[in-house]
Every structure is written in structure tokens, then in C-alpha cells.
Design a protein around this ligand. Sequence first.
Ligand code: SF4
Length: 245
Amino acid sequence: MSLTVMRLNRVKQEFEPNYYVSLGELDPMTQTSSGKPRSPKGRARRAHELLADEYPDAECELDFNNAYELLAATILAAQSTDVGVNKATPRLFRRFPTPYDLAEVDPEQVEPYVNTIGLFRNKSKSLVGMARMLVDEYDGEVPSRMEDLVRLPGVGRKTANVVRSVALGLPGLPVDTHVTRLSNLLGLTDSEDPVVIERQLNAVIPAAERGDFSLRMILHGRRVCIARRPQCDNCILNYFCPSAL
Ligand code: SF4
């Protein structure tokens, strides 16, 4: 658990001893008489309604033209900024426009195209490995099933969920550092494990809304609920957020 979350939770424990009890409640009544959602499900639904109003056009900030390009860009974006990846990918995709082009070179030949991005040597290996598996096992297409996507080199559940929700229009809820932090602060989970958080959020967010929910939580985490200095006074969720200061 991050220092911010621990600090905010300590504050909440002092002033609201039942906070941790409320994390686990499954009461079908999701609203109090004051209109505050009181269960994790109620808070998740209300948070998404408000975030949808605040960020109606939230979209993935990586540039791409097809599922292959988004898959490659998302592999490159691990522990790097989307802005930095977007600067490198136009040249990369001009040289390697399909998985077949990328599959036939060695990783060293990819490195000059991505060497402005952190961990570029490992990521070059992942890109070539990913392309070879697409060509060898999936006819050069990006598979849509989670169990197939996570077999690809450099692809974990977060990347697979980005590809499923953004490029393929399928249910997928990417859990990154912002989704993890906000989900804890909002009392939607008490876990720091992205797999557990994804499962818990999937249980309360309708399938068709999962990708947008993640994108909006990420935007809110970047703009308002900032890791070291959450702007609770300016937060549209503050009237029911258990961690509001
Ligand atoms: S009120 Fe908003 S900014 Fe403050 S901790 Fe909750 S979600 Fe974050």
C-alpha cells in the first residue's frame, strides 16, 4: 500500500472506525439517506457516473491505427510515458508496418527506433517475440482472448486489457498505478494486487463500461487525485470518498 493511501486510511480510521468494515459490505442498498453510496458497488457506480460527466471523451493517449500498433505501443509504454512512446512509434511503424515485417528482423535492428524509451533493449526483444508469435500462431492477427494475449512476450493483463478494450471493443479493465491508488482511496478494494482489483472491479462495473471506467480513473488520477497531493477540495467524488481530506 502506498504512503499516500496509508496516510489517508489512517486519517479515516481515526474519524471513521467502521471504514474497513464498509470495504467488505455487500449490502444491496447502495445509497444512504443522504445520497452517499455506502457499498463498494455503489461507490464504483457513482464514481463512474460522475467521472463520465467530467471526462466524457476520455480516450487512450497512445497513437495507433490498428490492434497490432496499439499492442506494440502498449508494450513500449510499460514504465514509460505515452508522450515518449508517441514520439518514437511513427518511425517504428513506418519501418515495420505489420507483424510480418517485425518478425523477420533481430531485436538489435529494432533498437534504433525505440532507443529514446526506457528499457528499450528488453522491449525490442519483446516486440520481435510478440510479432513472431503473431505470425507463427495467429496468422499475423492480434488474438482477442485474454489467455492468448498474455502468452505474447511483453504482454501482461494490463496490456491485454488495453488491447481488448481500446482496439478490439471488448470488455477489459486495465489496472495501472492510478486505478490501483484511486480504487483504494475510494474504498472499492483493500488490495494492492492488480489481478485482485481487476476481479473486484469487474464484479461491480458492467462489462461494456470497464474500459472507459479505467481510462477515466487514470485521467482523474493524473489531474485531480494526484499521488502525493490529492486535490480533494476540487474533486467531484469528495462527497462520498472515504479518504477525502
Ligand atoms: S476525494 Fe478525490 S482527490 Fe481526494 S482522495 Fe478521494 S478521490 Fe482522491
